[in-house]
Design a protein around this ligand. Structure first.
Ligand code: AMP
Ligand code: MG
Length: 483
């Protein structure tokens, strides 16, 4: 017999930290909770019975109306928002309700996002609306399917409870899952509050549970910073490779584990636009697509600042200075795979930048281009994706010449490229269709998208309709921070 959410043993970990890291707070009940989506594969990974029917009163557990944990909590953090120090923020609508041990023996925290007011809600209502919760649920699945580090989403529960944003919407709760939701902002909080002991204890706890290798080094806190730097660079390189724009890279949304965290106004590129801004509240394009690598550095500088009493300053500076090199190596590795090369050479950069210029001029669809490039039988159609076709032909001749110097066979290369250049990403309009249907009481598209996005590299005919370019109406979609 497998555990259900109601019977699974809880493993207390974050909730055993001293009280200055959080406040104990119970979720606020929501009426008529209805389970709209459930990730059975993730449930199985968590050691739970994957069949939702096996869980008594599952929707009530997942919306927070029933509680397992004696110490449900909201954690406190601070952070920089849009380049400004914002002071104390904290889990304003997310409550940690369970800590489970998964089938690999790793502890996983479950947070209910949208579970009601906490001491950190400030002016907010503690709720999340159905529209943004569907987006978070689906994008968590999409990123996991793409192999990009991310928080996960176990379930989506809706309620008829009205929630006011620009208009009247309804409430929903996503149960999100991660080994920890620690952010750069947790470290910033104790640094800026002038509580070096709490900060050091948090760093020790982070090393003990997530970066144990750092403990054995000459300078554990420096090693911790370097490890977070490397994971952050790798995550952003992953984003750039699939055309993902996060939209709100505030330091409080940066995971200490290098996980994609806090899905809000994110988007995947349709037509390539280097300066694409997906968050319509971001007037100056601070978080535009091509700014993300630099913003990663900016946020790492915020984190480094918190460690100045624990790490020698010159060493910390040098570690920060290496970010650019680490990011470029990570990005080159993704591009090597995207282009189907066995090794990346310095001279491959201009080949890439020339391609970007052509794509920018034509607004070439990012996902479709790379998928077509991965499929030799379709190469003749590539030039149709460009405005200056002669220039593209010249580029393609150079790319073909580069492949001639590559040791892989065409078949090996195609296989490798098809497993790195996805056919499916969560385009805005796909999420929008699922949202519109769900608002009319039909959840089937959420489930179908989740199944499709879990296997984005497959050529499954069932999902052919999801692989095309964005329709014209998608250009009018806009997403903001109001979620
Ligand atoms: P975000 O922009 O989603 O990263 O949120 C920034 C801060 O605002 C975090 O402290 C959130 O917990 C908080 N917050 C966002 N929306 C709400 C809400 N509806 N109610 C309470 N707090 C919120
Ligand atoms: Mg946030």
């Amino acid at each position: 017999m497998k555990y259900t959410l109601a019977t699974a043993p809880l493993t207390l970990r974050f909730s055993l930290l001293p009280g200055h890291y959080y406040s104990i707070v119970a979720p606020m009940p929501l009426p008529e909770p209805q389970l709209l989506a459930w990730d059975a594969e993730l449930a199985e990974h968590l050691g739970l019975d994957p069949d939702p029917a096996a869980h008594p009163r599952l929707a009530e557990l997942l919306v927070g109306n029933l509680l397992r944990h004696e110490r449900p909590l909201a954690s406190v953090y601070s952070g920089h928002q849009f380049g400004q120090w914002a002071g104390q923020l904290g889990d304003g609508r997310a409550i940690l309700v369970a800590e489970l041990t998964d089938v690999n023996g790793e502890v996983q925290e479950i947070q209910l996002k949208g579970a009601g007011l906490t001491p950190y809600s400030r002016m907010g209502d503690g709720r999340a609306v159905l529209r943004s919760s569907i987006r978070e649920y689906l994008c968590s699945a999409a990123m996991a399917g793409l192999g990009i580090p991310t928080t996960r989403a176990l379930s989506l529960v809706g309620s008829p409870e009205p929630v006011w944003r620009e208009t009247r919407e309804t409430a929903a709760v996503v149960a999100r899952v991660a080994p920890t939701f620690l952010r750069f902002g947790h470290f910033e909080h104790f640094y800026h509050r002038g509580e070096p002991e709490a900060l050091k204890a948090l760093a020790d706890w982070t090393i003990e549970h997530f970066y144990p290798d750092c403990a054995a080094t000459a300078s554990p806190y420096l090693a911790l910073f370097e490890a977070v730097r490397d994971r952050t660079a790798g995550m952003i390189a992953d984003w750039m490779a699939v055309g993902f724009c996060h939209g709100v890279m505030n330091s409080d949304n940066m995971s200490m584990l290098g996980l994609t965290l806090d899905y809000g106004p994110f988007s995947f590129l349709d037509g390539f636009d280097a300066g694409h801004i997906c968050n319509h509240s971001d007037q100056h394009g601070r978080y535009a697509f091509n700014q993300q690598p630099q913003i990663g550095l900016w946020n790492l500088a915020c984190l480094a600042q918190t460690l100045v009493k624990l790490v020698e300053l010159d060493a910390l500076r040098a570690a920060l200075d290496q970010y650019q090199t680490v990011f470029e190596a990570a990005y080159a590795e993704r591009l090597r795979r995207k282009f189907g090369l066995a090794e990346w050479r310095e001279t491959d950069w201009p080949l890439f930048t020339r391609l970007l210029e052509l794509m920018q001029a034509a607004g070439t669809d990012w996902t479709i281009f790379w998928r077509t490039l991965s499929t030799p039988a379709r190469h003749a159609t590539l030039r149709d994706q460009f405005v200056d076709r002669d220039a593209f032909d010249a580029w393609f001749t150079d790319y073909t010449a580069r492949l001639a110097a590559d040791p892989q066979t065409p078949a090996e290369r195609a296989t490798a490229m098809l497993s790195t250049n996805p056919r499916l990403v969560l385009r805005n309009h796909l999420a929008e269709v699922a949202i519109r249907k769900a608002s009319d009481g039909d959840n089937s598209e959420i489930d179908r998208l989740q199944r499709a996005l879990a296997r984005p590299f497959d050529d499954d005919a069932e999902f052919d309709d999801l692989a095309g370019p964005a329709p014209d109406w998608a250009a009018a979609l806009s997403v903001s921070c109001s979620s």
